[in-house]
Design a protein around this ligand. Structure first.
Ligand SMILES: C[S@@+](CC[C@H](N)C(=O)[O-])C[C@H]1O[C@@H](n2cnc3c(N)ncnc32)[C@H](O)[C@@H]1O
Length: 443
């Protein structure tokens, strides 16, 4: 913003045959128009919606988190403002859908401004794992479920660790489980990078070029496991980017690799600045490689969790293992073996008769129900569950995964509370079109 005194100096004087005239400068004109324009633009108030609130689902999410964070509130969706009673300092630190609370910007707004993105902040954008959560939805659900610093969150389909990472950023302890080794590596990296000494991320371009070469020669080893895995993950992402597009040819593999490491370093600096500014205390997550269907073998997990926020694999819509082929080929991992542990991928026949459903789909539904049963077992009484899931199309027919999941939740003993449908505008996979958040409570 240009101050008035600066503007005055820029006023241009022009002398013509009729006299000398003063004209406003370009900056003065823009400033005056911007001020007038602001009078007509919503929201106007001291507790206002974030510009990222675009859909009706966002409105429902805001409503949900206000239930968890305030004592009393009203939403005025036309003017995009809210009124509330409650702890404004706490709300400012936690809320994911408001830009300002009582005139001051929220932590989430600060993060969005710093990273220039509403989801790719902290280390959420470390690697393009398919079928990732929107971190904002996780934050919303954590708020809705009133989780605090003594709470424990579970994600048994943790994938690349969005839920565990978001919980860590919010100072909440969590446990993340997944069957895919690549998911485990990524979740651990996101977790560990929050606690690393900055110096460890300092590499010269020459050092990074050498590292790239040793990885290509399959000689890469680093005594610090975090650095070892980080370089490998960035390498896989670099190679994948090359396979997908020739756009990167100009930069070369080394250029792209260096750029990606520098991006991660910049993310580190930004998130540490936020941490210092707000006095945040990040909490580490526990990451476990395992199968949700075998959760009961870990007896210490019984009735341990206050909430579960999770997204099971969508039936056949996304090839979760195949997309990491570059990594598994490099590491010599058996992809078939990993895949066989996936929900619905075991050999055999479904236990019950499901009229009209292909038996593979029926087996997927049986595994899904078994997973929900295990989540029920792991939650404390009163514990909350949010399942994020979408319908897919098999042989041209839509299969009702969302409603089947809801039914399974009720059958295993959960009390259904709410379903929010979130359309994925512009989703590339036309079989999915949108996803739903199913919210339940263990009585
Ligand atoms: C929709 S993705 C979850 C993505 C995650 N929310 C994220 O943000 O990265 C589903 C995950 O379920 C995992 N999965 C599939 N079968 C599983 C099983 N039996 N036990 C545990 N995880 C499993 C897959 O490896 C995949 O990462």
């Amino acid at each position: 913003m240009i101050k008035n005194t600066e503007l005055k100096k820029q006023t241009a004087k022009q002398t013509t045959m009729f006299g000398t005239y003063e004209f406003p400068s370009y900056e003065e004109i823009m400033d005056a128009y911007a001020k007038e324009f602001a009078n007509y633009v919503l929201p106007r108030g001291d507790t206002i919606f974030g510009f990222w609130m675009q859909t009706l689902a966002d409105l429902e999410f805001l409503d949900l988190e206000l239930q968890g964070l305030t004592e009393e509130y009203t939403i005025d969706p036309v003017n995009r403002i809210i009124n509330f009673k409650g702890d404004e300092v706490f709300i400012r630190l936690r809320i994911a859908h408001l830009e300002k609370v009582k005139g001051k910007i929220t932590l989430y707004t600060d993060v969005v401004d710093k990273f220039g993105d509403t989801n790719a902040y902290a280390f959420h954008n470390l690697y393009p794992y398919k079928g990732k959560f929107y971190p904002r939805v996780v934050r919303t659900l954590i708020n809705a479920f009133k989780l605090g610093h003594d709470s424990l969150l579970l994600d048994p389909f943790n994938g690349s660790g969005t839920a565990t990472h978001e919980a860590s950023l919010m100072g909440i302890k969590s446990v993340g489980i997944d069957v895919t080794p690549m998911g485990i590596v990524l979740s651990e990296l996101k977790n560990d990078l929050l606690f690393i000494d900055e110096q460890k991320l300092n590499f010269t371009p020459k050092e990074l070029q050498d590292i790239l070469q040793t990885i290509e020669d399959k000689r890469w080893k680093h005594p610090d496991l975090l650095i070892h895995k980080l370089m490998l993950a960035v390498y896989f992402d670099t190679v994948d980017a090359f396979v997908r597009t020739t756009r990167y040819n100009r930069k070369g593999k080394a250029g792209l690799f260096i750029e990606k490491i520098n991006y991660i370093k910049a993310c580190y600096e930004k998130i540490m600045e936020i941490k210092g500014k707000y006095g945040l205390k990040f909490k580490p997550a526990r990451i476990i490689e395992g199968d949700i269907l075998e959760l009961k073998n870990m007896s210490e997990m019984k009735e341990k969790f206050d909430a579960c926020i999770t997204s099971p694999p969508y039936y056949f819509s996304i090839d979760y293992v195949g997309k990491d082929k570059i990594a598994y080929d490099y590491l010599g991992a058996d992809m078939k073996k990993i895949e066989s542990k996936y929900l619905g991928m075991k050999n055999g026949q479904p236990k019950s008769n499901y009229s009209g459903l292909p038996s593979r789909v029926a087996m997927y539904y049986e595994d899904l129900k078994e997973s929900i049963k295990n989540i029920f077992w792991a939650l404390k009484p009163g514990g909350k569950l949010a399942i994020i899931i979408g319908d897919s199309t098999v042989y041209g027919k839509k299969i009702p995964t969302t409603m089947t999941a809801k039914k399974s939740c009720e059958e295993v003993g959960f009390k259904f509370e709410k379903l929010i449908f979130n359309p994925l505008l512009g989703a590339r996979n036309r079989a999915i079109r949108g996803e739903s958040v199913i919210i339940c409570r263990k009585p």
